[in-house]
Design a protein around this ligand. Structure first.
Ligand code: TXA
Ligand code: MG
Length: 361
């Protein structure tokens, strides 16, 4: 129910949550009505929760920016329910796009290509390209299909916060700001989709579960934007505007420690002794390989260092959880390659690139 509406503030709502695991029909039908009425609906995807609006309605899309507090120059992804829907959004379908869509859609891969005239400027932040993806999640697809329009959606967090991987996370950030959250349970991957630009040479702007190696096996050479592992420098223009903002960051200080499991754990333990002496509350995002080093210290196991996908799944939810208690969060770095690239991309941003190399004495 809408309570109030001023132009410079998001409208106030009594936010409703509907579980779609048991009530998918009811939830997505109500969601689609809201989308068609130009309102916002948060919905699950296999990556993270999205905050959706009618992707062909500029005024509806503008509400997303207001609800999130998102800078207006950061473009959104259009979500489609079937592959042929890209035809209305892109001026033409790049040749590699067809192969990639056939190989990886539905799934966690976003493709960028020159946009058609029907895509509102609010979605693309004035760029002449548009990002599109077809999610795998059943609730997401049913919502898009019933809405009858592509759904423009960023991650459903307040701007600058870690992306939400449960409906509860969305509620924490969006309660009172949107009318409806569809609750499809925890997200399968836990990090956002791979973003691949096909506007020029194929280039990864944001790494995800679909890795460079998987893309290259389908279409040949694929580049990786250098902003993936580096902070933006002053005056640099971003290939992907999202890269220039503080991202994925909890309020607590996050410190990444690099090295072998043993080196890493030893250094974290000594850093904690120093921080605790200053009265700081510390927690550790640990791994299967290191957990036995942290006995008696507050730690949560993210997953297995040799299977970075497991680390990705829990990263954002563990950061959000620890942020409710800790002043300092220590996390372990891993090699930034293959599936490790997505993990390190998110972790380094959460840490504001604060890295300590424990392999150096
Ligand atoms: O998994 C996902 O991609 C999730 C779910 C909800 O689908 N969505 C998501 O959206 O992560 P968002 O808005 O949080 O991130 C989209 C990223 C931003 O970094 C944005 O700058 C970039 O994609 N992007 C979108 N359109 C672009 C374009 N035309 N050119 C370059 N970068 C673009
Ligand atoms: Mg986001």
């Amino acid at each position: 129910m809408r309570v109030q509406n001023r132009k410079d503030e998001p409208a106030a709502y009594e936010t409703q949550i509907i579980q779609t695991i048991r009530q998918d029909e009811a939830g997505t039908t109500q969601g689609a009505k809201l989308i068609q009425a130009g309102e916002l609906v948060a919905f699950p995807t296999e990556t993270v929760y999205g905050l959706g609006a009618d992707g062909l309605n500029g005024e509806a899309v503008a509400k997303i920016f207001l609800a999130k507090g998102r800078p207006a120059d950061n473009p959104l992804i259009e979500h489609v329910a079937k592959k042929s829907d890209v035809r209305q959004l892109w001026r033409r379908i790049p040749k590699q796009a067809q192969v990639l869509m056939d190989t990886f859609w539905p799934g966690p891969l976003t493709l960028i290509a020159p946009k058609s005239d029907c895509v509102p400027d609010a979605v693309t932040a004035g760029l002449d390209t548009v990002a599109v993806r077809m999610p795998q999640n059943k609730t997401a697809r049913s919502l898009i299909q019933k809405s009858g329009v592509p759904i423009a959606a960023p991650s459903a967090n307040r701007s600058g916060r870690p992306s939400p991987t449960t409906a509860q996370h969305v509620f924490e950030d969006m309660n009172g700001r949107i009318p409806l959250i569809l609750d499809g349970g925890p997200c399968k991957y836990g990090v956002e989709s791979t973003v691949l630009s096909l506007a020029g040479e194929p280039t990864i702007l944001r790494p995800g579960a679909i890795t460079r190696e998987m893309l290259a096996a389908a279409i040949g050479e694929v580049g990786v934007s250098k902003s993936v592992l580096e902070p933006m420098r002053e005056g640099e223009t971003a290939a992907s505007p999202g890269m220039k903002y503080k991202h994925y960051a909890p309020n607590a200080e996050v410190i990444v420690v690099l090295g072998s499991p043993e080196q890493t754990a030893k250094r974290i333990n000594s850093l904690i002794r120093e921080a605790e002496a200053e009265g700081k509350i510390c927690e550790i995002a640990a791994t299967e390989q290191t957990k036995h080093f942290y006995k008696g210290k507050k730690h949560i196991v993210l997953g297995d260092r040799d299977e970075p996908v497991t680390l990705c799944t829990k990263l954002f939810s563990v950061l959000r959880d620890m942020d409710t208690r800790a002043d300092v969060i220590f996390a372990e770095g891993i090699p930034a390659e293959d599936e490790g690239l997505a993990y390190m991309n998110r972790l380094l941003r959460a840490a504001g690139f604060h890295v300590i190399d424990a392999s150096q004495a």
